[in-house]
Design a protein around this ligand. Sequence first.
Ligand code: GLN
Length: 573
Amino acid sequence: MKYVVVSGGVISGIGKGVLASSTGLLLKTLGLKVTAIKIDPYMNIDAGTMSPLEHGEVFVLNDGGESDLDLGNYERYMNITLTRDHNITTGKVYSQVIERERKGDYLGKTVQVVPHLTNAIQDWIERVSKIPVDDTGLEPDVCIIELGGTVGDIESAPFVEALRQFQFRVGRDNFALMHVSLVPVIHGEQKTKPTQAAIKDLRSLGLTPDVIACRCSDKLERPTIEKISMFCHVGPDQVIAVHDLNSTYHVPLLLLEQKMTKYWTQRLRLDTLNISEADASKGADLLHRWRELTTSYDRSYETVKIALVGKYTHLKDAYTSVIKSLEHSSMRCRRRLEIIWVEATDLEPEASESDKIKFHKAWHDMCSADGILVPGGFGQRGTEGMMSAAKWARENNIPYLGVCLGFQVASIEFVRSVVGIEHSNSQEFVPELTEDEATVVYMPEIDKEKLGGTMRLGLRPTVFQTDKSVLKKLYGNFDQIEERHRHRYEINPKLISTIEAHGLKFVGRDETGQRMEIFELENHPFFVGTQYHPEYMSKVLDPSKPFLGLVAASAGMLDEIANGAPSASKTDF
Ligand code: GLN
């Protein structure tokens, strides 16, 4: 197993995740099987209880693991399926070590950060890196390890020390490190000092950079590269320039231009791995298709405008997978994507009392969109605004996709306006509502006391109830599909037949037939909701079907797309 560690210096949030994913993708184009691990040095066991406004989206995995959003990047770029164990946190390793100590596994020894915790981290990495993650079912050849935060933080110290030891455990040919740094431009001058300091910190902790990836707003100038090479004690070919691009999908190609595949091949002796001819040509084909899709998108001029009506719109990271799914879909439709951000509360009548301009602007923005998306969320704030958005789309034949909370609010709005239960709502927002009047109710099996990891989570089947379903067609006419979930509430089973009698059909349900998964509205161009989160499984070359449906309908090309624009099937990626 070859390991590539991606760490960061200077500041976080400069695209370490994209560089890690792009490196993984590049190695895949050589025909290698690549996996990825994310280390998050926080105390939480997982990201499940973290606010999206603080930490960005909570990404959900097949096994129901609630993880950091970078795992989503790896899955999307590398077309792999990860597990909860691929996200290591301080909370997870500590609880493993403490549990062992309680069992008496340390035979009377004093349990310490070094060596017990650092050993546990290394063992974890070795074990998890071997888990097959693609449809070959085989052990991967390369594992990308992204270390969250910046080197030098108190939090990450045990992980940095574990990785220092790890380079000797696995040997020089099997361990390489890419350090991502920032080159700020001050008064037009590219400054290398922060990078020099970051590399000094890294070396003082016993880690040597093989590649220094320099993030910079502009293209790195030759003298800057030479200066970094000189002061950081690496060759100029080890300094990689990553300037701001109009799309992060171009980053793998930028790395390729700077001969990164050649560098990794030599540094990690990748030629000693047996890459079959079939795998090599699959890799070459992947590169070809990646290049084609991402560059042809640059040449598309027609736009498609999607209004994203949500409650976390101040932090775009809260919707990473949703944004990516829209991007993948618009690339497929060859339309430039314009996302119109609408804060749901601004659509509410109370907003018009406090700030009329904001209220009218929000409505104006939403009404100017070709399609409306209401994504997932928790809590009541903004839900009345989301319902107004659903109503607007429903009554004006505007394409609408509701995901999870977006599915629930559109159902409530329908029950209020069409079925006639005017004060209906979700028990999440009005707990005292009775089972006769609530459109959305608490799922019986969900724990009311403990919040961490207790929702209905992960991959579960949806069975189509009819052939008259646009989503069924988009999914390729399978009777059953599987998607990822994350919710506590569901559509009230008692109201189903009444709602359906009024025209909102639950065309997809779980395997028991009791839990509603997909609705579609009759006599509307595209009014669709899913209780599951289709965004988690969208891939660059294989866009999520409900999102593809929304974008295609908004671009006026739903029939064309649904009638079989061939999709990149998972196996030939
Ligand atoms: N809050 C809703 C629920 O728990 C929706 C969840 C979501 O959108 N992920 O059911």
